[in-house]
Design a protein around this ligand. Structure first.
Ligand code: ATP
Ligand code: MG
Length: 463
């Protein structure tokens, strides 16, 4: 108690209040379809069904967040979130396949379909606005204080970062806790009314990405909002959006706060920057906002290498595939970005007299361990990246049955459909149908290890 009092006192003295004072809850404005013009055909049937089911059970429910933003801008949302006044347990009881997930934020996943057709609608209960100075304070951070956090509903660390946020409240308080004004709107697919508390419609019209409340305080509460600012700036830049100056100003200064965010969360956010169709735009924004270094070591490396033609091509190809609705794999992009390290390590080991195959395996281990930390799905990612790298020497073999063996490998076919390295494989299979018998002509272009030359060809082949 005394510690908390002193912390708050010190924070006030230095002007670094962890809360920045209670923000304005905004004024509710109900906007009719004639004004917002959202096309109801862009609304996902399942999301509408979740809202209807909750409303029929007597709860308040809306589509919320990025989906409303995208609908308003005439974009097809990539996923739909629903917000309601029903508790996670109440939500779960209304759907056949619903799962309560998360500790930091408890939410419900309502699942439709199976396999590749599976769709998840994320349902969150309206959160209360809570004064972080009144929250339980833990000494460490999200990584070091797991046991202490068990059972807490609202907790912050000593910097003001929210570690637990599971207190339910009214809709206007839920709105003020969201990040950007354009992400804080609610849409009822039944009545087609859009509810706006923080001028999201105005900012969408003025093409401004603006943080709700004091941006510095909001980044301190959750430093991942720094990366989200970059992501939305990149996604919306082609529509003419600019980051509001007060939202952009504290970004750089707040970078060190990311040091305490768990690696896996940073890794996931990095993938969202690079794998949602705006990889090149995200890199441009990182540079523009002065964030090209310091978010996450692997991302620093991507930005540093983004102008190498090989990496540029991989990023372009990833953007193109996402744009065409095709799947992308993080293993491909990381394999491309880190290939130079593997290749150099491999060459150095061979120069030291090691045989090619074990030299490549050791080089791969070194690079993976040095560059990719403790991230979720690490095992699968490691296996996939290794598979891609180990396959590279095989592209050098152009005579005999080896190339056909490679074409026949299931992983090759898998790559063909699943990842953006398809350009290399497409070229192979187009010329030499899988199962063919003759040897490849010695003049075969492009069937080389991944090199800058090859990467350039990727774009010409796939243009
Ligand atoms: P995308 O189109 O990439 O899914 P999104 O805005 O929907 O963008 P989500 O991560 O799906 O992003 O989050 C849904 C909504 O939840 C956001 O629009 C925002 O209102 C809220 N939100 C998510 N993360 C945060 C955060 N870190 N701080 C505040 N609000 C957040
Ligand atoms: Mg979303």
């Amino acid at each position: 108690m005394i510690k908390k009092f002193i912390t708050n006192l010190l924070a006030k003295a230095t002007g670094n209040s962890p809360t920045g004072g209670k923000p304005s809850l905004g004024k509710r404005v109900d906007v009719p379809v004639q004004t917002h013009g959202i096309d109801p055909t862009l609304v996902d049937d399942r999301a509408a069904n979740v809202v209807r089911t909750l409303q029929d059970a007597g709860f308040v429910a809306y589509i919320v967040g990025g989906a409303v933003r995208d609908l308003l801008l005439g974009l097809r949302p990539k996923d739909f979130d629903v917000a309601t006044d029903a508790t996670p347990e109440q939500v779960k009881s209304l759907f056949r396949r619903a799962f309560i997930i998360g500790r930091r934020f408890r939410i419900v996943h309502v699942v439709y379909g199976r396999g590749r057709e599976q769709e998840v609608i994320e349902v969150s209960t309206f959160r209360a606005y809570l004064d972080n100075a009144a929250a339980e304070q833990v000494a460490g951070n999200e990584k070091t204080s797991k046991s202490e956090l068990a059972g807490m509903k609202h907790a912050v660390d000593s910097t003001g970062r929210v570690l637990r946020d599971n207190v339910w409240g009214p809709q206007e308080e839920d709105a003020v806790r969201r990040d950007f004004t354009i992400n804080a709107m609610y849409y009822d697919p039944q009545t087609q009314v859009l509810v706006d508390y923080h001028g999201g419609i105005k900012d969408a019209k003025n093409k401004t990405l603006k943080m709700i409340g004091d941006a510095g305080v909001r980044y301190r509460e959750d430093p991942v909002r720094i990366i989200r600012a970059v992501r939305f700036a990149a996604k919306l830049a082609p529509l003419g959006f600019k980051v509001d100056s007060k939202t952009a100003a504290p970004l750089r200064k707040c970078l060190p706060l990311l040091a305490d965010v768990p690696q896996s969360r940073l890794f996931d956010e990095m993938l969202k920057l690079l794998q949602t169709g705006h990889a090149l735009a995200s890199i441009a924004q990182l540079r523009k906002l002065g964030l090209e270094r310091g978010i996450y070591p692997l991302l620093d490396l991507v930005v540093e290498r983004a102008d190498h033609p090989f990496v540029t091509t991989a990023l372009q190809d990833t953007d193109r595939r996402v744009g065409e609705g095709k799947p992308v794999a993080p293993s491909f992009l990381l394999a491309c970005v880190l290939w130079a390290d593997v290749r150099d390590g491999w060459a150095a080991r061979q120069a030291d007299g090691q045989h090619a195959h074990p030299a490549l395996q050791d080089a791969i281990d070194d690079v993976f361990n040095a560059r990719i930390g403790d991230v979720s799905g690490r095992g699968k990612l490691a296996a996939d990246v290794r598979e891609i790298w180990m396959m590279q020497p095989r592209f050098d073999k152009r005579v005999g049955s080896a190339p056909f063996g490679l074409c026949n490998k299931s992983v090759f076919a898998h790559r063909l459909t699943l990842c953006a390295c398809a350009p290399i494989s497409v070229r192979w299979t187009k010329r030499w149908p899988i199962g063919g018998k003759s040897s490849l002509p010695a003049t075969t272009p492009c069937v080389k290890t991944w090199s800058t030359r090859c990467a350039r060809k990727i774009s010409s082949v796939h243009a």
